[in-house]
Design a protein around this ligand. Structure first.
Ligand SMILES: Cc1ncc(COP(=O)(O)O)c(C=O)c1O
Length: 397
């Protein structure tokens, strides 16, 4: 079917790339060893720090987020090391797989894919590890397969209460630039991120923000690494360069994305995401459908995952919405396949884009014959037209 107007890309990343960023990238490639590049490199490496909320270095790899996952592991750990990783969903499972392929022994804390990492469980497991054989705690901040966040600040407090020296490695691939996150304040040792979600860029860049403790662990870590080696990257970055050919035009886009985020103000960016998430949840509740995330403290502001009623197929619903309304929604992944659809409301996004998105879902529910009540879009309007305090956005019933 031929559609006019623009496609609605409402998967939870890659997200809609704003025209400003597309225009910033639409230019001739420059010499990546020349003075113009050095200025660009230094600007983005410095600018990124404010988004991660760190004064330490942030490393940029030309790669998808998976590369930054691998970089975090190979730069800090040694073969046979033990780590604690929480089962939050599909993405925790994939991160576990990478660690195990490198010979890391993963203590995988089982979860029901509806809740985040438990700070009390972190404390109990670390307190029981008197020998300090656990070398890292690994947490996915925003589990993109379920729309559940983990409370990273509380995880860090639990680690400190247990007085355990393990590193804290956090995946912020679908939260950075969308949900409040503080690398330094929360004493995170490695933050993993990617370009294609809150940063509003196409896929292709991935990031490691590091702590001094992570840099010191790097000098002892014995896992094999070459492309992902922090040492070579940090040495070249000092002058704004890279040890290999960087993704030059994505970096022009990144410079623009950082300007946009800072112009809006990070606090406003997070508030916008919180509002859109609250409005989406209001719609889902009015439809009478179930949100995957169980605990209001763990609601994601970048996406909402929704169960379709038993006996109905979420993929058929998504197919109808794509064909009829030219809108892509996120699929249920792994054990949630066919049971769940995911509404992405992160990145470059506005009230009217959300209203259009929710209208497409509500019309799709009707067309697909999924049992629901009408009025979800109107319920979302109530949130969109009301100024609501931040805390009530998170916890509204
Ligand atoms: C939370 C999370 N971690 C890791 C990844 C993997 O990133 P990529 O697909 O960019 O390699 C994704 C991708 O969506 C993600 O959402």
């Amino acid at each position: 079917m031929i559609h006019s107007g623009h496609h609605f890309l409402q998967i939870p990343g890659p997200t809609n790339v704003p025209d400003r960023i597309l225009r910033a990238m639409d230019r001739a490639v420059i010499d990546h060893r020349g003075p113009e590049f050095a200025k660009l490199g230094q600007e983005v490496l410095e600018g990124l720090k404010s988004v991660f909320r760190t004064t330490n270095p942030v490393l940029i790899f030309p790669a998808s987020g998976t590369g930054a996952w691998e970089a975090a592991i190979v730069n800090t750990l040694s073969p046979g090391d033990r780590v604690l990783l929480f089962e939050t969903g599909h993405f925790s499972q994939l991160w576990r797989q990478i660690a195990e392929r490198f010979g890391i022994e993963v203590e995988y804390v089982p979860g029901n894919w509806r809740s985040g990492a438990s700070p009390s469980e972190v404390e109990a497991r670390l307190a029981a590890d008197a020998q300090h054989s656990l070398k890292a705690v690994m947490v996915v901040h925003n589990e993109t397969s379920t729309g559940v966040t983990s409370r990273v600040a509380e995880v860090r407090q639990a680690m400190n209460r247990a007085r355990h020296p393990a590193l804290l490695l956090v995946d912020t691939i679908s939260s950075l630039g969308s949900i409040d996150y503080r690398h330094d304040e929360w004493e995170v040792d490695v933050t993993v991120a990617g370009s294609q979600k809150g940063l509003m860029l196409p896929p292709g860049l991935s990031f490691n923000a590091v702590s001094s403790k992570a840099l010191s662990a790097n000098t002892r870590a014995r896992l094999p690494r070459s492309y992902w080696d922090w040492k070579e990257m940090l040495a070249a970055n000092r002058a704004g360069f890279f040890p290999f050919t960087p993704a030059t035009n994505l970096l022009f886009g990144l410079r623009e994305a950082l300007s946009m985020l800072l112009e809006e103000g990070l606090a406003n960016v997070f508030r916008r995401h919180d509002r859109h998430a609250a409005a989406t949840r209001a719609a889902v509740r009015a439809w009478g459908l179930t949100i995957v995330c169980e605990d209001p403290r763990e609601y994601s502001s970048s996406l909402t995952a929704v169960f379709v009623p038993e006996g109905h197929d979420a993929d058929r619903l998504r197919k109808i919405i794509l064909e009829k309304f030219d809108m892509s929604l996120g699929a249920g992944l792994s054990q949630l396949a066919g049971k769940v659809f995911r509404i992405g409301h992160l990145g470059s996004f506005s009230d009217l884009m959300l209203a259009g998105t929710l209208s497409g879902v509500e019309m799709g529910l009707r067309l697909a014959g999924v049992p629901h009540s009408g009025g979800g879009v109107l319920a979302a309007f109530d949130i969109l037209v009301t100024e609501t305090s931040e805390s009530s956005l998170h916890l509204s019933p």
